[in-house]
Design a protein around this ligand. Structure first.
Ligand code: AKB
Length: 318
C-alpha cells in the first residue's frame, strides 16, 4: 500500500494530482502539504493536509515520519518566468527544496518522483524531435535548476539506492488551477480570455512552437511512472514526455471552431519569448513509451473541446 507525501500540493499540478491519487490510493494515504493552507481547497478538505515550507528540512522529516510515508512526490518549485525574475530565490527553493526532499527519501527509504521540464534544454539542444539523451545547457535559472535536479536525482539513485523517477513536462494545460509564472501559461490564459472576452493578446510570438500536454495525461503519466517496473527503467531522471506541439495561432484556430468570433493579436514579452526560443519545438518521447508505456490521450482538438466545456461551467458562462 502506498502512503504518499506531496509537496507543493496546492499548485497547478498538485491540486489535481492529490485528488487523482486519493481516488486511486484512498484519501488518507495521500498527505498534501503546501507552504500555505487554502481553506475550501479540495486537496485541503478531502484528506490529510500539513502546512510545510520545503526549505524547512526538519519539519519535512517530521511530517513524513508522522504519516509513515513510503513515497514522496516533490512538486514545490518556481516556474521559468518567475525564476528568471528571482534567480537567487529560484536556486534556493528549487534546489534547496529538492535536496531536503531527497534527504527525507534517503532516510526513510521512500520512492521519489519530481518533475523536470522542457526547460532543462537550451539553445544548442537539437530543436526538433529532441532526443531523450542530448545536450542540456539551458541559459535560464529555471533550466539550470532542472538539469541540476535531474543529475542530483540520478546521484541519489546510484549512490544511495533511492528509487528516483521523473519526467520532463511540457507546458501543462488545465482548467482547475491556474499555473503561476511559467512561459507556457499563455496556452492556459487564452481559454479564459476566449470565454470571458472573446479575444486574447499573446505574449508569445507567432511561429513559436512548444510542447504541451493536457493535465489528465500529466496525472496519468506521474502515476504510471511511479507504478512502473523498476527493472524496465533504463532512464530515470528524467523522461521526455509530450502530447502535442503547437504555435499560438494553431491554438487560436482551434478555439475559433467553438467561438467563431474569437480574435487574437500579439504583444510579445521579450523575457518569456527569449525563454521560449531557447526551448525545443518538439521532443521525442519514445524512451518513455518503451520503458514504462507512456501514452497521451489528448491532442489539440479534444483538449480544446474539453477545456472550453469545463472552463465555461467553472466560470458560469453559457
Ligand atoms: C514553464 O513554462 O515554466 C513550465 C514548464 C514548461 O516547465 N510550464
Amino acid at each position: 500500500m502506498k502512503k504518499i507525501l506531496v509537496t507543493g500540493a496546492l499548485g497547478q499540478i498538485g491540486s489535481e494530482l492529490v485528488m487523482h491519487m486519493r481516488n486511486i490510493y484512498g484519501n488518507d494515504n495521500v498527505i498534501a502539504t503546501d507552504i500555505r493552507r487554502i481553506d475550501g481547497n479540495p486537496a485541503v478538505e478531502s484528506g490529510p493536509f500539513e502546512v510545510l515550507d520545503v526549505l524547512n528540512a526538519k519539519k519535512m522529516a517530521e511530517v513524513a515520519k508522522k504519516h509513515e510515508v513510503d513515497t514522496i512526490v516533490h512538486l514545490a518549485a518556481l516556474l521559468s518566468a518567475v525564476a528568471e525574475a528571482k534567480p537567487v530565490l529560484a536556486w534556493e527553493i528549487n534546489m534547496g527544496g529538492l535536496f531536503n526532499a531527497l534527504e527525507v527519501a534517503r532516510e526513510l527509504k521512500c520512492s521519489f518522483f519530481t518533475p523536470s521540464s522542457i526547460g532543462a534544454f537550451g539553445p544548442n539542444t537539437p530543436k526538433d524531435n529532441t532526443p531523450q539523451d542530448t545536450i542540456q545547457r539551458p541559459e535560464t535559472m529555471y533550466g539550470v535548476t532542472k538539469v541540476s535536479g535531474e543529475v542530483l536525482c540520478d546521484y541519489y539513485f546510484k549512490r544511495f539506492g533511492v528509487d528516483t523517477r521523473g519526467v520532463r513536462f511540457p507546458g501543462l494545460i488545465s482548467y482547475a488551477t491556474a499555473p503561476g509564472g511559467g512561459t507556457t501559461d499563455y496556452a492556459v490564459d487564452i481559454y479564459y480570455k476566449a470565454l470571458e472576452e472573446g479575444k486574447y493578446t499573446s505574449y508569445i510570438a507567432e511561429n513559436t512552437y512548444m510542447d504541451m500536454m493536457y493535465m489528465p495525461d500529466a496525472l496519468n503519466a506521474i502515476v504510471t511512472l511511479l507504478e512502473a517496473d523498476s527493472s524496465k527503467l533504463i532512464h530515470r531522471n528524467a523522461f521526455n514526455i509530450t502530447a502535442m506541439s503547437f504555435e499560438p495561432s494553431m491554438l487560436a484556430n482551434e478555439i475559433k471552431k467553438h467561438i467563431p468570433n474569437f480574435t487574437m493579436n500579439y504583444d510579445v514579452d521579450p523575457v518569456r519569448q527569449a525563454i521560449a526560443n531557447s526551448w525545443p519545438n518538439s521532443i521525442d518521447c519514445s524512451a518513455a513509451k518503451a520503458e514504462w508505456g507512456f501514452n497521451a490521450k489528448y491532442d489539440l482538438e479534444n483538449m480544446t473541446q474539453d477545456m472550453l466545456q469545463k472552463l465555461a461551467k467553472k466560470l458560469n458562462i453559457r
